[in-house]
Write a protein that binds this ligand. Structure first.
Ligand code: C2E
Ligand code: CA
Ligand code: CA
Length: 678
């Protein structure tokens, strides 16, 4: 089957061989038909000539006899000439017939059959006698004898025989013509057969293989089209994912940048203003840290849904990374700022609605900064920057706040930029120095420790307190340099005190999240303590709860474990203000907690007192020492002691002291079991 198919189905490129073959066969058929035609034509004209000559012979034989009789009666020169020419013509015609005209057996038999009955013999005898007569006549002799001889020839038989010869020649011609007709019929039949065979063996398979090739081409075309469509879809997906956030499906920063540029370049609808709303979630990191990343994802998707629901079709909602979103939209120029703020507030209300995740009710807040493009703000980056500044201001104002950018905010930013440069310089010039705030032990009334707190000795502005630089130092990461400068210098002082007085108070230093995430922070601190000949147990590190829930807290956890492993104390600072995770509290090797002064200051209130009592109970249960911060009055002191706190710290005991003040202070108090004033 396949062999047959191979034979039948030539490759379309080789069809020319088939066409050549078909043409050759047609040419051969034409050539043979032409050959046959011309042979037939030649034959029929020859036949006509034979019949013609045959008829002439018959006529000449009669003429010769007639002339012979006339000459026998009386000779005329004219008749003699006629006889001579008729006789010559007859002899010539006979010779021609004998040589060329006998083409059938019948004709040959008619001429040569029997020795003297054949027409040949008769004709030759006739010629001989007629010539003898003619010769006598020319000589002028009496032709009677010769005439008698001639008459003796059976002229009737000759005439009949010549007649018969013509009949035979005609019959032969008819037979040949019949054969020719049959031959032509056969040729026609063969031509038809040839066409059929060519059709079947050449053109049909050719058509078949062309169809087949076309089919295959069509299939290949369809497959290619499908591939093209698939490629198109894939390109679309790639293009989509290049411009969209995979989690929420919102556009990403790249798409925002493109859209912002094009919208700022185009004027947009008349009487409208382009607005950027920068949204940052409050407490999102806490949810991620306490409930896990998948709960965080649910919150982000929920916020994405809320934001997509409040905008119009041609507005653009972007996830700008982490828990930040940016909306690009237009507001009518009249009351644009007021309307944008109202919308932002309603967005915050929606975001604040609790969502249930794994049977737990979870709520986040949001801060929003708003900025509008105007004649001065034509650069997309500046517009985004303005919204970012407004957001920063909103966050500074507390949770769930909205701020719209105004020029004064930029001054704040510029001041911060200046301040940052100054902090960098201050780090280089070692302008940060520690002050020390003592800790008092309730049980003994002794000074049990000192907390090192940073002060900036500004070259022109005097001493600057942490509140004015810690925030910026934290947001820029410069805080870890400050931490280290304060820690080094505080350790130096501690070593000095220990050497001078033979008394070793416990030193606590504050460590920011940035410091705790430094891979070598713990080993550097351990080495610095050892270098000064101090025991590790003399030093404690204070960490805030938020440190442990900000991103990358794993590294901070490792640092804490490392420090605790070397015998350093680890205190949770500002306890009660952050978002405490009890599981983390139990899992980490804390040695104590410092109750924030906002809680301590409310100790007079029964509810607050209950909270304090609960915290102290919790700390006892976990074998943690309790330090009460911000103790500023004797009443507070008494109540805290009654609650069972271990240590007190606050202005009521001592404000933070400079190095000189500390030495003075220690001179007065060190080693002595002084009861403190409060
Ligand atoms: P903090 O660690 O909670 O330190 C206690 C702060 O409360 C100190 O403010 C101290 O002066 C103040 N304070 C103590 N007792 C009282 C009181 O009875 N009443 C009032 N009103 N305030 C009291 P300071 O020194 O301004 O430090 C503020 C914060 O700056 C510190 O809070 C700490 O979070 C941060 N900080 C200070 N020094 C450093 C440092 O070297 N590194 C890091 N990372 N943070 C530091
Ligand atoms: Ca502290
Ligand atoms: Ca504190």
């Amino acid at each position: 089957m396949s062999a047959l198919k191979r034979i039948l189905m030539a490759h379309p490129r080789r069809l020319w061989i088939r066409y050549l073959l078909a043409m050759s066969l047609v040419m051969a058929a034409l050539a043979s038909s032409y050959g046959m035609q011309s042979t037939a034509l030649k034959d029929s004209s020859f036949d006509a000539e034979v019949i013609n000559i045959g008829g002439r012979q018959r006529m000449l034989s009669q003429r010769i006899m007639l002339l012979a009789e006339r000459l026998g009666a009386g000779r005329t020169e004219q008749d003699l000439e006629k006889l001579t020419s008729a006789l010559a013509l007859f002899a010539q015609g006979h010779a021609w017939i004998i040589e060329n005209g006998l083409r059938s057996d019948r004709a040959r038999r008619h001429y040569h059959g029997g020795s003297d009955t054949g027409l040949d013999a008769r004709s030759r005898a006739f010629i001989t006698l007629a010539e003898a007569l003619e010769a006598e006549l020319r000589r002028g002799a009496d032709p009677a004898v010769r005439l008698t001889d001639l008459r003796a020839v059976d002229t009737d038989a000759l005439l009949w025989s010549l007649n018969e010869a013509v009949t035979i020649f005609q019959a032969d011609a008819v037979a040949r013509a019949d054969r020719l007709v049959r031959l032509e019929d056969l040729a026609l039949l063969m031509a038809v057969a040839l066409i059929v065979v060519e059709g079947l063996a050449i053109f049909w398979p050719a058509q078949y293989s062309v169809n087949d090739a076309l089919d295959r081409l069509e299939t290949a075309n369809a497959a290619m089209q499908r591939k093209n469509e698939e490629l198109g879809a894939m390109a679309e997906r790639v293009a989509h994912s290049a411009l969209h956030d995979p989690l929420t499906g919102l556009s990403n920063r790249k798409k925002l940048a493109d859209a912002l540029l094009s919208r700022m370049l185009s004027l947009g609808p008349a009487q409208s203003r382009l607005c950027v709303m920068h949204i940052d979630l409050d407490r999102f990191k806490e949810i991620n840290a306490t409930l896990g990343a998948s709960a965080g994802d649910v919150v982000l998707c929920n916020v994405a849904k809320i934001l997509s629901g409040v905008v119009r079709n041609d507005d653009l909602v972007t996830r700008a990374g982490g828990d930040e979103f940016i909306i690009l939209m237009r507001f009518g120029a009249v009351n644009a700022v007021r309307n944008a703020i109202a919308m932002a507030e309603s967005v915050i209300d929606k975001i604040r609605q609790p969502v249930v995740i794994d049977d737990r009710s979870v709520s986040v807040g949001a801060s929003i900064g708003i900025a509008f493009s105007d004649r001065d703000t034509t650069d997309p980056r500046r517009l985004l920057g303005n919204a970012g500044i407004a957001l920063h201001e909103a966050k500074r104002a507390g949770s769930n706040m909205v701020r719209s950018f105004d020029g004064t905010m930029r001054n704040i930013v510029e001041r911060q930029h200046h301040l940052r440069n100054e902090i960098v310089r201050a780090i280089e010039t070692e302008a940060f120095t520690p002050v020390f705030q003592p800790l008092l032990e309730f049980a003994t009334g002794r000074i049990a420790g000192l907390e090192a707190l940073a002060r900036w000795q500004h070259h022109s502005d005097g001493v600057i307190a942490p509140d004015d630089f810690i925030g910026l130092a934290e947001s820029t990461g410069l805080i870890k340099e400050i931490d280290w400068q304060i820690t080094r210098k505080a350790l130096d002082r501690l070593a000095e005190i220990s050497r001078r007085d033979g008394w070793l108070p416990r030193l606590t230093v504050n460590a920011s999240a940035h410091s705790l995430r430094e891979p070598d922070y713990a080993s550097r601190l351990v080495a610095a303590i050892a270098d000064r000949g101090l025991p590790p147990a003399a030093v404690s590190v204070e960490v805030t709860e938020t440190t442990l829930i900000e991103g990358e807290s794993d590294r901070a956890v490792e640092t804490i474990a490392h420090l605790a492993g070397h015998g350093l104390g680890i205190l949770i600072d500002d306890f009660g203000t952050g978002y405490s995770s009890m599981s983390q509290l139990a899992a980490l090797p804390f040695t104590g907690l410092k109750i924030d002064r906002s809680l301590v200051s409310g100790i007079e209130e029964p509810r607050q007192a209950k909270i304090l009592a609960a915290i102290v109970g919790l700390a006892r249960g976990m074998e943690l020492k309790v330090v009460a911060e911000g103790v500023s009055s004797p009443a507070q002191f008494q109540r805290l002691r009654a609650l069972g706190c271990d240590f007190a710290q606050g202005y009521g005991i001592s404000k933070p002291l400079t190095e000189d003040q500390l030495l003075d202070w220690l001179d007065r108090y060190s080693g002595a079991a002084h009861e403190i004033a409060c």
